[in-house]
Design a protein around this ligand. Structure first.
Ligand SMILES: [Zn+2]
Ligand SMILES: [Zn+2]
Ligand SMILES: [Zn+2]
Length: 328
């Protein structure tokens, strides 16, 4: 994430700020300018081309800080949400606020990398959309199908998420992580399976994705990950099916890209993800030393490791394939 400064007083801002706590200026996020801009008292911002932007209609519903093209409209990120909890579901709405915050972080990162988002309006069959569902009264299964990402909003609650994490013996589980994994499935459809040559390459790297998904799912939950999985996969879940290996790899590509970018912006890394020619160089020269240092820093505070993963050489090849999708 880049470093944001208030254009009025120069103070440092967080991506989530809707007001500068130093000078009191109202703020909005301009997707077009990839930055936080001051908002006038009438809730508008006029960009360099003279176009007027308005605060997103969901400022109070979901704490959305983004700007929308017309008064009363939703911003680009909010428009991607197809379903949200109903107005009577207070617990679901509180969870929805946290989920939307993580989703805006995701969309801003995808924009920064230059990964193209095709919306459900542009492509009603395969475009990207989010169903952010409350599981207060019904069960919700997290997943992706033909561009639609379903999120169980209960995963925003720490106690629930930690319980699931411990049960599944995962080293890491966050709402942002869920979004990064699920959007990996979307991009595999949009950027890999839409192209014969890339599909062939993906099968060489991740394995034969025509394997029956349900059979592999059943095997995974009956037998667990195969012995020695650590030398070829980033996580146990990645061993389940080539689709999951790609999505897990994609999530790690986004973890590494964003965290390294942030470290670089704040002077904690010698180079950012954009400064290297290959993603292998990014991982080996910048990410591995940085993540080791960040893990030590977390331990100094009595926390678990920030990045509780070991990246084997095979996974660096997988990450490089994913990183190259943005330029091909
Ligand atoms: Zn300020
Ligand atoms: Zn919005
Ligand atoms: Zn998945």
């Amino acid at each position: 994430m880049k470093k944001f400064l208030c254009r009025v007083c120069g103070s440092a801002l967080y991506f989530e700020n809707s007001v500068c706590i130093h000078c009191g200026t109202d703020l909005g996020y301009s997707r077009q300018e990839h930055t936080i801009v001051p908002v006038n008292s009438d809730g508008t911002y006029v960009d360099q081309s003279g176009e007027t932007w308005h605060r997103c209609a969901n400022l109070h519903l979901s704490g959305c800080t983004w700007l929308a093209p017309a008064k009363g409209d939703q911003c680009f990120s909010c428009c991607l949400t197809r379903t949200r909890p109903n107005d009577q579901d207070a617990r679901g709405l509180a969870q929805f606020l946290d989920a939307e915050r993580a989703k805006r972080h995701l969309i801003a990162e995808l924009d920064g990398i230059g990964l193209p988002i095709v919306t459900r309006v542009e492509d009603p069959h395969l475009g990207l959309a989010f169903d952010l569902l409350s599981s207060v009264n019904v069960d919700v299964v997290i997943g992706h199908q033909n561009g639609v990402i379903t999120i169980d909003l209960a995963e925003t609650e720490d106690a629930h998420r930690e319980k699931v994490r411990a049960k599944l013996d995962e080293p890491y589980r966050t709402m942002l992580g869920h979004f990064r994994h699920e959007v990996g499935h979307y991009f595999e459809g949009a950027l890999v399976f839409s192209d014969q040559e890339r599909t062939r390459q993906a099968r060489e790297i991740f394995g034969d994705d025509t394997r029956n998904y349900q059979d592999e799912l059943n095997r995974h939950y009956a037998e667990g990950a195969p012995d020695g999985w650590e030398s070829e996969y980033i996580s146990k879940y990645a061993t389940m099916h080539p689709y999951e290996d790609f999505a897990e790899t994609f999530a790690h590509y986004l973890h590494i890209n964003d965290t390294l970018d942030t470290a670089y912006e704040f002077g904690l890394a010698r180079r950012g993800p954009q400064e290297s020619t290959t993603f292998r160089d990014v991982v080996e020269d910048a990410w591995l030393p940085l993540s080791a240092a960040l893990n030590q820093i977390n331990r100094s505070m009595g926390h678990d490791d920030l990045y509780p993963f070991i990246i084997p050489d095979t996974v660096i090849d997988k990450l490089t394939f994913v990183a190259d999708l943005r330029t091909t």
